[in-house]
Design a protein around this ligand. Structure first.
Ligand code: NAG
Ligand code: NAG
Ligand code: NAG
Ligand code: NAG
Ligand code: NAG
Ligand code: NAG
Length: 563
C-alpha cells in the first residue's frame, strides 16, 4: 500500500465486477485507489503539528478522472476515531449511499476499511474530497478531484500546458481534537492562525519552496478550491490576470479578473498565461471580511527565469461595506457559458431553467444562539444533531419514526424561530422531480456559504436586505451559473433553484465548519415513489451497519420495475 494504483480494466473484468456491484455502466472505465488514512506530522504554517494524511500526504492524492469514470476507493482508517470522506460536489446519481455524510452512512471504524464505489456521471470540472466526521477537516484528509471532458466533447478553451490543483484555506495550528473540545464545551473556534496554500504558508521575502512552474509563453490551468473552515479568501498572482473558465463544475463565460473572491467550499478554474518577464512571482491569498487580516504567499516560477519575486504585493479588494458591494458585483459578473458543452455534447444552456414553474419555495434563515449555555447554530429554529443510526438507513429500513420526524421546520420560518432553538435531526421531505426555489437569508453579521449534496443549482441572485416574492423580478433566469455552493453576505439573501431529480437523502449545510458541526445543516429526503432501480440504487451489500439497523433483516431490494 502507500501507492496509488490507477488502472483501467478490460470490459470482461468490468462485467465480472458488475455482478458484485449493480448500478455501474459496463462501458465506463474504472479507476482504483487504495488509501491509508493516518496521523503524521505536517507544518502548514511552519509549526509542526499532527495532521491527517492520506498515503502519507497532505494535501492528499489527487483523483484525476474523466466524465462517467467509475471510481473505487478502498479507505483504511488508521486513525483512533471513526472516519468518513465525502466527495464534495460529486452528484452520486441515485447513490446517496456513497455520499459520506453522517446522515447517510455509518462511519468507517478505526482499524477497518470501507470501499467507496461511485460514478462521476455527467460531470466535469474541479472538486475535492474531505472528512465529514468530527472536526477532522481541520487537520487534513483533503485533496483535489478533477473530472476531464471525454475525448470527443469540445472544451471551450485550448488544452493548457499543465493543470495545477491549488488547495487553499484558513488553518489552525491546534488540530482537530483540541478544536472539537472547544466546540463541545460550548465555545467558538476563535480566529484561524493563518492561511495555507497546498500545505504551505510563505511570507514575503522569506526562503520558500516553489509551488508552481510555468514556461514563458504557455497557458496553465489553476484549479483553486477554498477548503478552509470559515474564511472567505481572495486570490491573485503578481503581474498576471486570471481568466475564469470553470466554477463548481460548470463552464463559465471567460471574464478576466485581477483577483477573485473564493468563499469556503468553492472551486474556480482560471487560466494564467506566462506572458511576463521570466522570474518569480507571488501567488497571494488573503482573508476577506475579517477583523484580523491574514495573508499567505507562494512562489510561481518561470522555468529558466531569473530574479526573485517583487516584495510589492498586488492590493487586496476593498474591505468593509465597500468590500461586500465589490464582492456582490463580482458574483453578478459570473455567467454560465450557454453555448459551451459540459459533460454531454449539447450546450449547457439548452436546459432553460428560467422557464420552469416553481413548485415549492423554502426559505431558510440561519441563526446563532445558546442552548443550555452552549453555542449552537440553527436553520429556521432547528439545530441538527446526528443520531447513532444514519437517517438514510433508518428511512430505508422503514423505521424512520424511531430516529427522526420529517418536516420539523417550516418552509416559511416563524419570526421567533431565530430565538427558540430546538436540537433534533432535521429532515425535509421533498417530492421527487419538484422544481424548488430555496431562499437563504442571513440576518447575522458574518458571511455564510451554503452547499447542497447530490445536486447542482442555479445561483440566481444575491442581494442585500430581506427577500420577498417581488425580488424574483431581479433573478438571473438566463445564464446564472449551475453550481453547488453559494455565499450569503451579512444581512443579505441568496436564491437558488434546482430540480429534485436525484433520489436519495442529501445533506444541505453551511459549509462554515463550526456552524455545520454545531447544527447548521439539514437533510433533504427525495424518495422515488416507485422504489425502482431506475431511480435509486439498492443499499450496497458491503455497507457497514450501525445503530438500530445493525442486526435487522435487510428490506426487500428495489427492482427494475419498482413496487
Ligand atoms: C498506514 O500508515 C501508517 C502510518 O504511516 C502505517 O503505520 C501503516 O503501516 C500503514 N498501513 C498500511 C496497510 O500501509
Ligand atoms: C489527467 O487525466 C487527463 C485526462 O484523462 C490526462 O490527459 C492527464 O494526463 C492526466 N493527468 C495526470 C497528471 O495524470
Ligand atoms: C478491505 O480491504 C480488503 C483488502 O483490500 C478488501 O478485500 C475488502 O473488500 C475491503 N473491505 C471493504 C468493506 O471494503
Ligand atoms: C463559450 O463557449 C463557446 C463554445 O465553446 C466558445 O466558443 C466561447 O468563446 C465561449 N464564450 C465566452 C464568452 O467565454
Ligand atoms: C406555468 O404556470 C403558468 C401559470 O400558472 C401556466 O400557464 C403554465 O402552463 C405553466 N407552465 C408549465 C410548463 O407547467
Ligand atoms: C412526503 O411527501 C410525499 C409527497 O412527495 C408524501 O406522499 C409523503 O406522505 C410524505 N411523507 C411524510 C412522512 O410526510
Amino acid at each position: 500500500m502507500g501507492r496509488v494504483s490507477t488502472f483501467t480494466v478490460a470490459v470482461a473484468t468490468t462485467a465480472l465486477l458488475m455482478c458484485l456491484w449493480v448500478g455501474v455502466q459496463a462501458e465506463d472505465p474504472y479507476l482504483f485507489f487504495e488509501w491509508n488514512v493516518s496521523y503524521g506530522t505536517i507544518s502548514p504554517l511552519g509549526v509542526p503539528q499532527e495532521g491527517i494524511l492520506i498515503n502519507g500526504q497532505f494535501p492528499g492524492p489527487k483523483i484525476n478522472c474523466t466524465s462517467n469514470n467509475n471510481i473505487v476507493v478502498n479507505v483504511f482508517n488508521n486513525l483512533d476515531e471513526p472516519f468518513l470522506l465525502t466527495w464534495y460536489g460529486i452528484q452520486h446519481r441515485k447513490n446517496s449511499w456513497q455520499d459520506g455524510t453522517p446522515g447517510t452512512m455509518c462511519p468507517i471504524m478505526p482499524g477497518t476499511n470501507y470501499t467507496y464505489h461511485f460514478q462521476v456521471k455527467d460531470q466535469i470540472g474541479s472538486f475535492y474530497y474531505f472528512p465529514t466526521t468530527g472536526l477532522h477537516r481541520a487537520s487534513g484528509g483533503i485533496g483535489g478531484l478533477q473530472i476531464h471532458s471525454r475525448n470527443l466533447i469540445p472544451v471551450p478553451f485550448d488544452a493548457p500546458a499543465d493543470d495545477y490543483s491549488v488547495i487553499i484555506g484558513d488553518w489552525y495550528t491546534k488540530g482537530h481534537k483540541a478544536l472539537k473540545k472547544l466546540l463541545d464545551s460550548g465555545r467558538t473556534l476563535a480566529r484561524p492562525d493563518g492561511i495555507q496554500i497546498n500545505g504551505k504558508s510563505g511570507k514575503v521575502g522569506e526562503q520558500q519552496p516553489v509551488l508552481f512552474t510555468m514556461e514563458a509563453g504557455k497557458t496553465y490551468r489553476y484549479r483553486v478550491c477554498n477548503v478552509g473552515l470559515k474564511t472567505s479568501l481572495n486570490l491573485r498572482i503578481q503581474g498576471h490576470t486570471l481568466k475564469l473558465v470553470e466554477m463548481d463544475g460548470s463552464h463559465t463565460v471567460q471574464n478576466v479578473y485581477d483577483s477573485l473572491d473564493i468563499h469556503v467550499g468553492q472551486c474556480f478554474s482560471v487560466l494564467v498565461t506566462a506572458n511576463q518577464e521570466p522570474k518569480d512571482y507571488y501567488m497571494v491569498v488573503s482573508s476577506r471580511f475579517t477583523k484580523h487580516p491574514l495573508t499567505a504567499v507562494g512562489i510561481v516560477r518561470y522555468a529558466n527565469g531569473k530574479g526573485p519575486a517583487s516584495a510589492e504585493l498586488p492590493p487586496p479588494p476593498p474591505e468593509t461595506a465597500n468590500g461586500i458591494a465589490w464582492s456582490i458585483n463580482q458574483f453578478r459578473s459570473f455567467r454560465w457559458n450557454l453555448t459551451a458543452s459540459a459533460a454531454r455534447p449539447n450546450p449547457q444552456g439548452s436546459y432553460h431553467y428560467g422557464k420552469i414553474n416553481i413548485t415549492r419555495t423554502i426559505r431558510l434563515v440561519n441563526s446563532r444562539s445558546y442552548v443550555n449555555g452552549n453555542l449552537r447554530y440553527a436553520i429556521n429554529g432547528v439545530s441538527h444533531k446526528d443520531e447513532s443510526t444514519p437517517l438514510k438507513l433508518a428511512e430505508y429500513y422503514g423505521i424512520h419514526d424511531k430516529v427522526f420526524k420529517y418536516d420539523i421546520i417550516k418552509d416559511e420560518p416563524e419570526a421567533e424561530a431565530e430565538k427558540k432553538v430546538a436540537l433534533s435531526p432535521n429532515v425535509v421531505n421533498a417530492t421527487f422531480r419538484n422544481f424548488v426555489e430555496i431562499i437563504l437569508e442571513n440576518h447575522e453579521k458574518t458571511i455564510q456559504t451554503w452547499h447542497l449534496d447530490g445536486y447542482s443549482f442555479f445561483a440566481v441572485a444575491i442581494e442585500p436586505g430581506r427577500w420577498s416574492p417581488e425580488k424574483r423580478k431581479n433573478y438571473n433566469l438566463v445564464d446564472a451559473v449551475s453550481r453547488h455552493n453559494i455565499q450569503v453576505y451579512p444581512g443579505s439573501w441568496a436564491a437558488i433553484m434546482t430540480t429534485l431529480d436525484n433520489a436519495g437523502m442529501w445533506n444541505m449545510r453551511s459549509e462554515m465548519w463550526e456552524r455545520f458541526y454545531l447544527g447548521q445543516q439539514l437533510y433533504i429526503s427525495v424518495l422515488s415513489p416507485a422504489r425502482s432501480l431506475r431511480d435509486e440504487y439498492n443499499l450496497p451489500d458491503d455497507t457497514p451497519l450501525c445503530g438500530i439497523v445493525k442486526d435487522l433483516p435487510k428490506p426487500p431490494p428495489y427492482s427494475i420495475h419498482g413496487t
